[in-house]
Design a protein around this ligand. Structure first.
Ligand code: URA
Ligand code: CA
Length: 433
């Protein structure tokens, strides 16, 4: 087989076979196909698109390009959740103990990554002593015994995706639905998931800015998952403003604990119940979505959910006293109120700008080597639709630097306040299965 023939075949609008896709991905991973041929292929795929079968074959070829996590020692249906990313997305910290508390095994691998705040793994490290590195045996044992464990990514998962994503980044081919969908799904499947719940974000703070694109990406990922034998459901949710109130590492741990007690922000609570119900249902721990939701609400209101969080922290070596005394989490030196400069209704909070403000305080990494400040970040006191008076606090800034003029400017710019309500934001737009 020759790569040049595969490029020509796809260029002319034909369909690649599983054999051809396997050859292409395996050879590219081994560096037997050069970047310039793969670049031409990526651009061809960008313009010609891919059939569902081609997408499934590409995904599985990337899964098989490296290690695959074996969760077969863990009893039950392992359901993973994946978010396409947004600002202040605290859902994993809530969902892991929440669905575990009703009997769903959560074997979560999570990243650090670059972003406005750290990843789930960084956030958990705000808890003194919390161990994010576990051996496979210990990890499996914890999930069997406690139903939940979260570890940092290890091993050589989907090296083909890593290479191809890097190449797409510099050849203007990132923005292709089949390539994005295969990339994300290959990582989920290689992580060992039996079933997958996707949270596809749409809005100004999301990768997919408009609803139609988000729906198309969601449908593409659901079709790949189901085509690869992993039952998959996608929820399309709003990212036109940060999720919840807190954006920061320790601040989000605190927010997660409040939500697990039923005292969290309304949007974060509702999204967690929506995603969680789908997870419980796919794990066959409920016979309907309604029953699944009821179980989760009961777990929150009976205290089972926060108890599970405590057990989870304890079993990974963390200091459980933070659960009842959140002030023992890392604390910032300065807390500054950013106040409204006019009265009216909040109609817009540009999520990205709030994220950048948090990252300017040190909550996120700019490069892989950067150190994160776990204590800092922002907590929104006003969200879209809220009434504010001039001088009222919009946002509390938690900072370890006294001088925050630039951060303050970012936050003020992110908010649009008008005399009347002009937006009708929804939290959940659609569920695709
Ligand atoms: N995120 C991914 O993991 N892959 C893509 O291709 C785009 C976004
Ligand atoms: Ca949040």
């Amino acid at each position: 087989m020759r790569m040049v023939d595969l490029i020509a075949k796809k260029r002319d609008g034909e369909t690649l076979t599983k054999n051809e896709i396997d050859f292409m991905i395996a050879s590219y991973t081994k560096e037997e196909i050069p970047d310039y041929q793969m670049s031409a292929m990526a651009m061809t795929l960008y313009f010609q698109g891919m059939t569902t079968e081609e997408r499934v074959d590409l995904t599985m070829a990337m899964v098989e390009s490296g290690d695959q996590v074996d969760l077969s020692d863990i009893e039950g249906i392992k359901v993973d959740k994946h978010s396409t990313g947004g600002v202040g997305d605290t859902t994993t910290l809530i969902l892991a103990p929440l669905v575990a508390s009703v009997g769903v095994p959560v074997a979560k691998m999570s990243g650090r990554g670059l972003g406005h705040t750290g990843g789930t793994i960084d956030k958990l490290e705000s808890i003194k002593g919390f161990q994010v590195e576990l051996t496979a045996e210990k990890f499996n044992k914890l999930v069997n015994e406690q139903k939940v464990a979260v570890v940092g990514q290890s091993g050589n998962l989907t090296p083909a995706d890593k290479k191809l994503y890097g190449l797409r980044d510099v050849t203007a081919t990132v923005n292709s639905i089949p390539l994005i969908a295969s990339s994300i799904m290959s990582k989920k499947i290689a992580s060992g998931a039996d079933a997958i719940v996707l949270d596809v974000k749409t809005g100004s703070g999301a990768f997919m800015k408009n609803l139609d694109d988000a729906k198309e990406l969601a449908k593409a990922m659901v079709d790949i998952g189901n085509g690869a034998g992993r039952e998959t459901i996608a929820v399309i949710s709003d990212m036109n403003q940060p999720l919840g109130y807190a954006v920061g590492n320790a601040l989000e741990i605190k927010e997660a604990m409040e939500t697990l007690r039923g005292n969290g922000p309304e949007d974060l609570y509702e999204l967690c119940l929506t995603l969680g119900s789908q997870m419980v249902y796919l794990a066959k721990q409920a016979s309907s979505i309604e029953e699944a939701r009821q179980k989760l609400e009961d777990a929150i209101h009976s205290g089972k959910a926060i108890e599970k969080f405590k057990t989870f922290v304890a079993s990974q070596g963390g200091d459980t006293s933070v659960v009842d005394e959140p002030d023992k989490l890392p604390q910032a030196k300065y807390v500054v109120d950013i106040r409204a400069t006019q009265s009216g209704i909040v109609n817009e909070i540009i999520a990205d700008e709030i994220g950048i403000a948090a990252s300017m305080l040190g909550a996120g990494r700019l490069t892989k080597e950067s150190e994160i400040d776990l204590a800092v970040g922002v907590v929104l006191e006003k969200k879209i639709g809220d009434q504010v008076s001039e001088g009222e606090t919009l946002v509390k800034v938690y900072s370890n630097q006294e001088e925050i003029t630039e951060v303050e400017e970012k936050i003020i710019q992110a908010y649009t306040i008008n005399p009347e309500k002009t937006t009708n934001n929804k939290l959940i737009y659609d569920i695709i299965q």
